[in-house]
Design a protein around this ligand. Structure first.
Ligand code: G3P
Length: 216
């Protein structure tokens, strides 16, 4: 299973990279806006430190405009994947960009039928939004597992499933169990995964005991 970071914060990406945790990056307009910086500048900075796929989301709404915007963004970095919301015009653009060798992610997927259409259109990555389904009392984890099960039966569809809208470590555990290819995780959840009170207590005790018998 690959781990992508769901953030546009350069200092956070740099630190997580130093821990070997960054196979790729996902961003969206909300995450870019949180940085207080411009879209192009942020994406180029991310590309300077991350070799893996960097997902950058378009904001155009017609296929022609999405293709044009996607090509422009892709020119900023070889590793950029064009992230496109799931709708009719989006799928047309996915198909056309795929023909031109530009990889795409279809985002805002909330059902298995949407995932099937996005896979058929040629998307490289499919993003089911787990937490946002939970928010409306539906089972986001079941959706990710269903998509993995359905698409797993068709090896000629080479897309990877990237679970998104991950809110807490239990999501990570269940998504990992379901055989999803990639999970994109916000830094806050990585922090929660890192800590365990018994680890912290153990380190404190080891350091205390070492002070009585280690040199220096
Ligand atoms: O990559 C986008 C996705 O992870 C959004 O998450 O928490 O805003 O539903 P959230």
């Amino acid at each position: 299973m690959k781990i992508f970071l769901d953030t546009a914060e350069i200092s956070v990406i740099q630190e997580m990279k130093e821990m070997g945790l960054v196979d790729g990056i996902t961003t969206n307009p909300t995450l870019i806006a949180k940085t207080g910086r411009g879209f192009e500048e942020v994406i180029k900075d991310i590309c300077a430190i991350v070799e893996g796929p960097v997902n950058a989301e378009i904001t155009s709404t017609t296929a022609d405009e999405i293709v044009e915007e996607g090509k422009k963004i892709h020119a900023w970095g070889e590793q950029i994947v064009i992230k496109i919301p799931m709708d009719r015009e989006g799928l047309k653009a996915v198909w056309r960009l795929t023909q031109e060798g530009i990889p795409t992610t279809v985002t805002l997927i909330f059902s298995v039928p949407q995932a099937i259409l996005a896979a058929k259109a040629g998307a490289r990555y499919l993003c089911p939004f787990v937490g946002r389904l939970d928010d409306i009392s539906e089972d986001g984890l079941a959706l990710a597992a269903d998509i993995a099960m359905v698409l797993g039966q068709y090896p000629d569809w080479t897309c990877e499933i990237m679970a998104a809208s991950v809110r807490h470590p239990m999501h990570v555990i269940e998504i990992a169990r379901s055989g999803v290819d990639i999970i994109t995780i916000p830094p806050k959840v990585i922090d929660q995964m890192l800590h365990h009170p018994l680890t912290e207590k153990g380190i404190e005790q080891f350091l205390k005991d070492a002070a009585t018998c280690y040199p220096g």
